[in-house]
Design a protein around this ligand. Sequence first.
Ligand code: MG
Length: 391
Amino acid sequence: MTLAVFACDPAQSRGRRFAQAPAPTRSEYQRDRDRIVHCTAFRRLVYKTQVFLNHEGDLFRTRLTHSLEVAQLGRSIARSLGLNEDLVEAIALAHDLGHTPFGHAGQDALNECMAAFDGFEHNLQSLRVVDRLEERYPQFDGLNLTFETREGILKHCSPAHAQALELDEPGGVGRRFLDRTQPSLEAQLCNLADEIAYNAHDIDDGVRSGLITLEQLQEVALFDDFRRQTLAEYPHLQDKEQGRRLLYETIRRMLSAQVYDVISATRQALEAAAPASVEAVRQLAPLVQFGQEMRAKSQVLKKFLLHQLYRHPRVMHTTGQAGQVVRELFAAYLDRPQEMRDGFLARFDAARGVPDEVSAAARVVADYLAGMTDRFAAHEHERLTGCQLLS
Ligand code: MG
């Protein structure tokens, strides 16, 4: 398959921070993807959640299945647009590596704990995982990924954090947040594929959990249009017993429509802007996009999920407890760093005596906590506090 002129070409990569000889058979982005799949943080995604906690049910999405869905949607769109599928896959599989246990509740709680020490942000943490925290190579910390994969992983970044990154790596991945330029199309695509994936699977998980119903979803045009269309074609799905097939067929149609919409709207934007290179793409406004109508419909769905699912009292109750688990664990490890495993005590001790040692020590605890799976965090909390909040 030939790459478009505006796609990232591994032969033109800006390279890795530590120079390495090329692999005999794999491209640089394939190699990135392979490194990600084999890393420890990737395996942990299977026990980390998005909305529901890992122990709430075996069929809910975890961050691992979510990342696979993002990679699938991303690759499928990338192929149609002539973008680099390997790069899209690498970014998609790595995009959630820095997430704390317990979804956004965990991230918010950890950010609170780190308020006096530059905060905690999951995008920045994903970059930290692949740049520093993974310990797999004799020559360097992290996975030593290409610039393009790292650029895609760092989706958002505050100006203060971008300044710090720029100091550490001049002209590196922090730069675009200071210059206000865009990342590659492959990175832009992963953002949108992420959104398409969670909007669809949160409907599925929400209905399965009983927190939202097919009736409630009738107020969401993006969903309801396809539900009606499905019923018109397969009237036997009216039967309550067939509810699951109706749900899946509706979601399938909704996903396809969004994918085709992104392909056609992005193609139009690319034709109009006619970028002749990846560098040209970086200087333009974002080009990977929904058409206007789909964008509006997708906003309605997002709003629905926010109010009916993410802020559902049952979800809020568990996430409230999850936040408490993270806050109490943070305090416990700061107080008793010897309770941390896997070399984190050594990292904590190494933080003593460096300039700003309190902040450096807190960062070690944040790294340790962020790496935990839901169940490990819950067990650790029970072990260290004697109190069972999540079970
Ligand atoms: Mg995601």
